[in-house]
Ligand binder design. Sequence first.
Ligand code: GMT
Length: 381
Amino acid sequence: MRIGITCYPTYGGSGVVATELGIELAALGHEMHFISYSQPFRLSGRSDGIFYHEVPVSNYPLFEFPPYDLALASRMAEVAEFYELDLLHVHYAIPHSVSALLARQMLATRGRRLPFVTTLHGTDITLVGLDRSYLRITRHAIQESDGVTSISNYLKEVTIADFGVDRPIEVISNFVNCDLYAPVTDDEERVRARAHLAKPDEALLMHLSNFRPVKRVVDVVKIFASIAREMPAQLVLIGDGPDRSAAEWLAHDLGINTRVHFLGKQEHVNELLPLADLMLMPSQMESFGLAALEAMACKVPSIATRVGGVPELVEDGVTGLLFSPGDVDAMAHAALQLLGDRERLKTMRDAARRAAQKRFCSSLVVPRYLRYYEQVLEKSR
Ligand code: GMT
């Protein structure tokens, strides 16, 4: 198949899922065309079957807001025509599904059919989409998509309830490449790599996100501060975003800044995650929680929140521990207990990897997208 993919190219789960999907499908022999304003951050290097088409957004003094969605629609239609795309797959409804709808209409007037699939990821529904300025157009584009997928049951239910959408929505969960995201099996190698981040007797905790308020990064530092008071430990934070500075200030104010390491955006998180003992994901909301899945695949359980789609991913007490958002004391207490009970931690680590392999490996999930594309194409013929 020849498939166009549009996503936000910046640091964030929806862009990661879109990019990894493109890479996996290209490896299966499909031709993947990424269409976005800049190259998605995990799409480094050049691989067979992967093409990138930048969307130029020209400005004009009259425009207070350059109309990216229109430029994107034009580019989608162009790329679809020039490269004979079979289908467009857009990640994050706003504004990508609206642009795809326009591209489909433009091509229809030229006698060409370009069906599109919209994948709902989270705040496109739960936050931004519900804003009155975007609600009607988002609902319209979801309703008019040729196919709609959601990354969790939770998000599907919210979409139906809050948007009054009455079309079918296919739940296809997020996935991880279990060969790439895997524990370091060579003990010596793990000890060597881990030594850059923590001493052998120190616990190593990690956080990975786009540091938006919804991630509650300040809570990560608070949880760690309680842990660090009781045992030798280091915290590594991967990613960047609006709340990084607040988290840095707090680490300084609490006097733990030498044990809190902000690595910024990292390309190869799969090399860092397996070095951790625990992942901290105390988000206010997660429709899925991709960072927790990537950690699970690396044998790292999460201390996370019981919100949105997280319970569909993390089995409380088995592959991680779940708490109410903001309950930093309970999260710190649970982390301390778990880190102090090596046997229980090992059981949980093994269960986390097993669950990732059994339900969320790309080898299981990616074929579901392919089957869904085929259904959509079949229906639109
Ligand atoms: O919705 C967002 O905040 C953006 C989006 C992203 O690009 O990071 O995150 C959502 O999509 C991820 C990938 O599907 C999910 O793992 C996240 O849980 C989800 N975020 C929220 O629902 C807050």
